[in-house]
Structure formats: C-alpha cells, structure tokens
Write a protein that binds this ligand. Structure first.
Ligand code: CS2
Length: 474
C-alpha cells in the first residue's frame, strides 16, 4: 500500500534555543521529546537544531518530512506512536562547519547538548585527559574550521566572546561518569592550546552540568521502519524505537539559569548527579556490556534473547546482587534491589530487539566506567567478583575477532586493530595478560590488580566457553 509521507504538523514553531551535537536515535527518542514536553508545559523558545557530525543520512531522511519524525514506544502490552516536531533543522558538520559555528554563536542559543558517544570526547579513557594526538584534535589545532565536537564548542565560544555575548551551557548526555567535569576538562585543555584568555573566560563563565540519561533506544532497523509504516497512517523514513522507561537527572547549574523547564515534566534537577550516574552506569550499562560480550559469544542476537536464557539471567542477577550493589551508594530513596528487578524486566522486553553486537561496540571506551571501576573497588574491599572478571575476559575473547565456532566477529572499536593484533600475537591465557597491558584502558596499577582473576576467567572461557563459564558462576 502506498502511504503519504509524514509531514511536519502545521503550527507556530518555537525559536531555536538549543544546538544538539551528535544527532543519533537516542537523543531523538529521549531529549527532543522531553524538551518538547517542557515547552508545552512552560513555554520558552527551546527549539532544537541537530548536528550530525559525520554522515548526512539522518538529515536526508528527515528533510522531506520537515524534520518531524515518529517515536514508537514499544511495551510488551502494545505500541504508542507520537509525532515529534521540536527539531527545527539538521546540519551536517563536514558539509558546512562555518554554518554550524554561526548557529552556535547566535545569542538566542543558550544550550548545547551532546550525545557524541564515549569516543567523541577525544580523551584517553584511562585518564580522562584530552588526547592531543587524536587526528581530529590535531586538525582543530591546525585550522579555524573545526572537526571534533570539542573544536566546535571552543571555536563557537571564541566567537561569542569576541562578540561580547554570554557563553552557552554545555550539557553532556553521554554515558560517562562526571560527564560535565570530563567535557569541561577537555574543552578547557583544547581552549588553552588555542588562546589562554579564551580558556580563562570559559573557565570563569562557562557551565558544564553533569547528567544521567536513561532510555533503551536500539538503532532503527529496516524492519522497524516497516513496523511503524504498518501502524501509522503515513510513511516515516526515520522513526525511532524505544522502551517506555525514561530517566533524566541533571545537575542544576546553567549559565544565567537559562534552560528549558525540564523539572516541570519529570526530569530530576539535583545538586549532585554522582549517585545516579554510578547506579545507572554500573548496574544498567555494566550488565548490558557483560551480557553483550557473554551473550554474543553464547550465540544470542539480542539482550532480550540473552536474558531469556536462564543461565545468563541467573548470572546477571548474581552480578547485580553480589558484585555491583555492594559497591554502590544508593541515590536518595532508591532501593537498588528493586532497581535491579526493574532492569531485568526492561532487558526482557520482547519488543525491543537491542543487538548484543550494537552494545559490544567501543568496549575500549566503555569498560572502565561500566565494569572496571566496580571491579577495582571490590578487589580493594576483598569482595570476590568472578562475574565481573568473566565480563572482562569475554570482552577479551570478543576483541580477538573470532567467535567460539571460528566465525569472524565484526568488532567496532577505535582500538579494534590494535586489540586484534595483540590477540593474534599471543596464545592461550597470554592473550589476557597482553591485553591488560593496553594502557589506554588499564592503568599499570589496575592491570596488576586485575591480572590473577581476569587471566583465570579468560582460561575458563577457553575451556568451558563463555556460556559454560557463566553457568559455573550463576
Ligand atoms: C547501551 C546503552 O549501547 C550501549 O552501550 O548500553 O546505549 C544503553 O542502552 C543506554 O545507556 C540505556 O539508557
């Protein structure tokens, strides 16, 4: 059946107040709808312009629809579709960096939000410091038109300062602990390399609130587009699929207090995000990554399939109760055991086909905050952590690039080549020892601490397979 293409609903448009860098499915299913709700509740000109940092795909799909799109909430009980129209435009960074800087320097823009993934911060994951050898940072230092996220932020702030304007607030919405402090550190470092006075101005006047974001949003697959087409009365080339759950906790620290009224629509505006970040990164993302590597090696395509496997369900439950929760300080009023039960139900949502392969991406950038911090604290406290050691070992098997049946794995990671070469150059448990020497991920101290448990766990994956090793623990 031919259907009309979705088009932007008629009506007044809010002015643009936000530039979002890194427009992927997550922010379209999470931040944009939430910002739209805040404008419905309290008004304000907080329309969003999205920036794709690499490819034109999303812009090309959304432009014919006036940048409106469908969010499809998929619950076990059924679907709920909405059309979102708070996105005003999408720009593609490599096509016209000048235009992006112009928009970011506009005085009406008071907020720059980021979902650029862990690797988008051009930092060294083990230290949290800027990596000055990153090719995009080198390019940013060599010319005026930026390539990296940090380059866009610094050059736009430079223009605002030169024009006597106030800076915008920078709100990171990536899954990194202390994401505000991290982005502040790398922005200031880059700014200092460009202009010390500019850096001092950003340090004094800029604001970088930390935030915790949570909603499971798998990448949109062709079958999702078909599903939305079957449910809706129109064709949408770029819908987004998500679970019902959402949580956004933001440190309430904005330049001149200029921000959408998110607190009016259920976003938690707090003084300290840390306990929420730790809970979410270690319990949700830590379990996600563990299930991604062990699940992938066990032949499970999705997280729902992996948690439908009784052995892996028992494994992840043990991981939460015995290894992760004991190392956490719960946020005010939160029962972490109840949170774990809720996570298992979310993971089991059969309508959300979140691929283990997708979550397995970029493990070198994710392991520290998701798994290694808990593991290190447990070792300090003398708390046994066989499950977390196994998760690290499964990651080591995964980045070797060959699954347990001898089939190739398409490993997506900025360090993929190096990790593969290390695996190929060693045999047996020596692979684990050699990978612990990758200093971008494991500091020397951490590697020493992990070695006995991780090497032993790696050995068990070799003799029993990842699934067998998980069964021994769970
Ligand atoms: C996932 C996250 O892809 C991943 O690494 O763990 O995207 C996860 O789905 C979200 O953080 C949930 O809020």
């Amino acid at each position: 059946m031919t259907r009309n293409r979705l088009n932007r609903p008629e009506g007044a448009r809010p002015g643009v107040g936000i530039i979002h860098l890194g427009l992927g499915a997550f922010f379209r299913a999470f931040g944009v709808p939430w910002i739209a709700e805040s404008m419905q509740a309290s008004g304000g000109n907080w329309g969003v312009v999205g920036v794709s940092l690499r490819s034109p795909t999303v812009r090309d799909a959304l432009q014919p629809q006036g940048f409106a799109y469908t969010t499809a909430e998929l619950a076990p009980e059924g679907e709920n579709l909405r059309v979102i129209d708070a996105l005003q435009d999408v720009l593609v960074a490599p096509e016209d960096p000048e235009e992006i800087l112009r928009r970011m320097a506009d005085p009406a823009v008071r907020l720059v939000t980021l979902t650029v993934t862990e690797k988008g911060y051009c930092h060294n994951p083990a230290t949290g410091m800027l990596n000055p050898d990153h090719p995009d940072i080198r390019a940013d230092l060599a010319g005026d038109l930026p390539k990296s996220t940090l380059g866009f932020i610094v050059r736009a702030l430079e223009r605002r300062r030169a024009a006597g304007r106030r800076p915008f607030t920078i709100l990171s919405c990536d899954n990194l602990p202390n994401n505000g402090r991290l982005v502040r550190g790398v922005v200031l470092d880059l700014a200092r390399r460009i202009d010390a006075d500019l850096a001092a101005w950003i340090e004094a006047e800029g604001r970088f609130p930390s935030s915790m974001v949570d909603r499971i949003v798998p990448a949109t697959k062709p079958e999702d587009i078909e599903k939305v087409q079957a449910l809706a009365e129109y064709y949408d080339a770029a819908p987004v699929i998500h679970e019902p759950f959402r949580q956004w906790v933001i440190e309430d620290d904005f330049v001149d207090d200029m921000r959408p009224d998110l607190g009016a629509v259920g976003v938690q505006m707090v003084d300290d995000v840390t306990p929420y970040e730790h809970m979410k990164l270690r319990m949700l993302n830590g379990a996600h990554s563990s299930l991604a590597y062990i699940g992938y090696l066990s032949g499970h395509e999705t997280i729902a399939d992996a948690t439908g496997d009784p052995v892996l369900a028992a494994f992840v439950n043990r991981l939460w109760v015995q290894e992760i929760i004991p190392a956490l300080t719960p946020p005010p009023g939160v029962d972490l055991t109840g949170y774990a039960d809720q996570l298992l139900a979310r993971f089991r949502n059969p309508s959300i086909r979140h691929r283990t392969w997708q979550i397995a991406m970029d493990g070198s950038q994710k392991l520290l905050q998701r798994i290694l911090s808990t593991l290190s604290e447990n070792l300090d406290a003398g708390r046994p952590s066989p499950g977390l050691h196994l998760a690290v070992a499964a990651w080591m098997r995964y980045v070797g690039g060959v699954d347990e049946s001898g089939n190739p794995i398409d490993v997506q990671d900025p360090l993929a080549e190096m990790l593969r070469a290390i695996s190929d150059d060693h045999a047996g448990a020596e692979v684990a020892r050699a990978l612990l020497n990758v200093r971008e991920i494991f500091s020397a101290e951490l590697a020493g601490q992990l070695e006995p448990g991780t090497v032993a766990a790696f050995g068990r994956t070799l003799s029993l397979g990842a699934h067998g090793a998980a069964g021994e623990i769970g």
